[in-house]
Design a protein around this ligand. Structure first.
Ligand code: ADP
Length: 493
């Protein structure tokens, strides 16, 4: 559907619900790109509202005024007002500020003690985000913005639905609905019971709802109390209802029976090979001269031998266990020894992986490069210049990297889990269908087999051409993504 049709369809749905004004949505989270970002969560919170507004909704954002935001955007931020809240026996300052980015109103909650340092305060994350949750609810009255839906994200705002339903039911927020999106169930926000009870004034009876390992879990509170819970892909939604992936919340989630998944979109204003100003040459599916130039430039930049016929496999990732680096460690040496291919990785995180990757680079001079660090420009070069993109994740709620890779005609090689399973169609050598390569088991041999299948396809230009066209045609635009969220919000009213 065209954007006009999407907008009309949402307007019709809103009218059915008796709304005679744009639906008011508040997205709240710990992070929001490009202001403060450590992962994919920030991309969702930073991108979705812009597209919701383009579809006729009134979506706004509320996030902490982190020190990184103050340093970078301080001059554009407008101070609105401040007040104090009681947190048990403590009195805390809440400053409310506003920043408008891409036409989206972002309210920034200020408090030096909690947000003057890192985005996640070591050992005090629970307290930090318990405060934030209280500040969000208290600020909304004072801003005179009563949302139809508050869209909470991950454990940091997981406590909000519980507070809303137990402490604000007779307030102007009494009719407000809540959606909790789980971006990663592995992080649950565990806190001492006594502290949570005292700090947020939670009644004895509600405490049991959030019990996890004898602690209070913010995420569990949200899973039990939010009007709707969803996640970032249909497969991950199914997986987290199972013992293997549910991290102990599977009984609660399967009992709800309504956990759905909406695959994230990618912002084509940022990620489009035809217009991306960060890559050495632009290209389209039909004219890929520019992609060859990108490959040459990338090989040069990363110290690889410039051999354009040699298949180049890339990876851009946080170096954490989730991303399947054990499989790379198990198989990559042999793959490089046995096949004429090259490998480039950009990532940072766990020292164990960083050290091993540096060793790989030394063992395969000119054919392997491990670039340790976070580098947005280089990530664009890798998406554009590689032939294949590796994502052998142990679990993957949605994954954005494989979507970007496909948009740049770089075929993903993925493990069939979560969003990877939902977005990458494995190559069928008999019909030519597919957008990438996949394997099922968390096993080095199976991973190596998928890479070998990709390398075999590389030597068949017709097959590659078809695959690249199919991958680049996949539509993960933000319009459709925002439309799905728009429908979900309205269905909750
Ligand atoms: P996750 O959110 O689990 O890290 P995603 O695939 O959803 O995984 O999103 C990761 C995003 O972060 C992608 O846009 C990817 O390009 C980017 N990214 C990850 N590591 C780096 C890095 N070292 N340098 C630049 N960008 C990175």
């Amino acid at each position: 559907m065209q954007i006009d049709e999407l907008r009309d369809s949402l307007a019709a749905m809103a009218a059915e619900k008796g709304l005679d004004r744009p639906a008011r949505i508040l997205l709240t989270a710990a992070e929001c790109a490009p202001l403060a970002k450590t992962g994919g969560l920030a991309d969702v919170v930073g991108t979705l509202p812009k597209y919701l507004n383009a579809l006729g909704m009134d979506a706004r954002v509320m996030v902490p005024y982190h020190s990184v935001i103050k340093a970078k955007y301080g001059e554009q931020v407008e101070y609105l007002f401040s007040f104090t809240v009681s947190m048990g026996w403590r009195t805390k300052f809440v400053g409310v500020n506003r920043l408008t980015l891409d036409g989206v109103c972002i309210w920034l909650i200020e408090n030096e003690e909690y947000f003057g340092g890192p985005i996640y305060l070591p050992d005090r994350e629970g307290e930090q985000y318990a405060f934030f949750t209280r500040a969000v609810l208290e600020s909304l009255f004072r801003l005179d913005f009563i949302p139809d839906v508050i869209h909470c994200n991950d454990w940091h705002t997981g406590m909000l639905p519980l507070l809303l339903k137990t402490q604000y039911i007779n307030s102007p927020l009494g009719q407000t609905r809540t959606l909790l999106t789980i971006h990663n169930i592995a992080y649950q926000g565990l806190c001492n019971f006594d502290f949570v009870q005292d700090y947020l004034g939670i009644q004895e009876g509600s405490l049991g709802l959030m019990e996890r390992y004898g602690m209070a879990s913010f995420l569990k509170a949200g899973c039990v109390m939010a009007d709707r819970v969803n996640t970032v892909s249909p497969s991950y939604a199914r997986e987290i209802c199972t013992w293997e992936y549910g991290e102990g919340l599977d009984p609660v989630l399967s009992l709800r029976g309504d956990v759905g998944g909406i695959v994230n979109g990618i912002d084509r204003a940022v990620w489009d090979p035809a217009s991306d100003p960060k890559i050495p040459a632009n290209f389209t599916a039909d004219d890929r001269e520019g992609k060859i130039a990108c490959k040459a430039a990338l090989m040069e930049e990363t110290g690889l031998e410039v051999a354009l016929d040699r298949p180049l496999i890339g990876m851009v990732t946080r170096l954490v266990e989730q991303k399947g680096l054990e499989l790379v460690m198990a198989a990559m040496d042999e793959l490089l020894w046995q096949n004429d291919c090259a490998f480039v990785l950009l990532g940072n995180g766990n020292r164990k992986y960083e050290g091993w990757l540096k060793g790989l680079e030394e063992r395969h001079p000119g054919r392997a490069c491990a670039w340790i660090g976070y580098d947005d420009d280089l990530s664009h070069h890798i998406y554009a210049g590689c032939d294949f993109f590796l994502m052998p994740s142990r679990f993957e709620p949605c994954g954005i990297s494989q979507l970007i890779a496909m948009a740049y005609g770089t075929l993903p090689i993925v493990r069939e889990t979560g969003g990877l399973r939902d977005t990458v169609q494995p190559y069928n050598q008999y019909t030519g269908e597919g957008t990438g390569f996949s394997f099922a088991r968390m096993d080095g041999m199976d991973f190596a087999d998928a890479v070998r299948r990709a390398l075999a396809a590389y030597s068949n230009p017709d097959a590659m051409n078809g695959l690249i066209h199919q991958a680049m045609a996949v539509d993960y635009s933000c319009d459709n993504w925002a439309y799905e969220y728009g429908q979900l919000y309205l269905s909750m009213l």
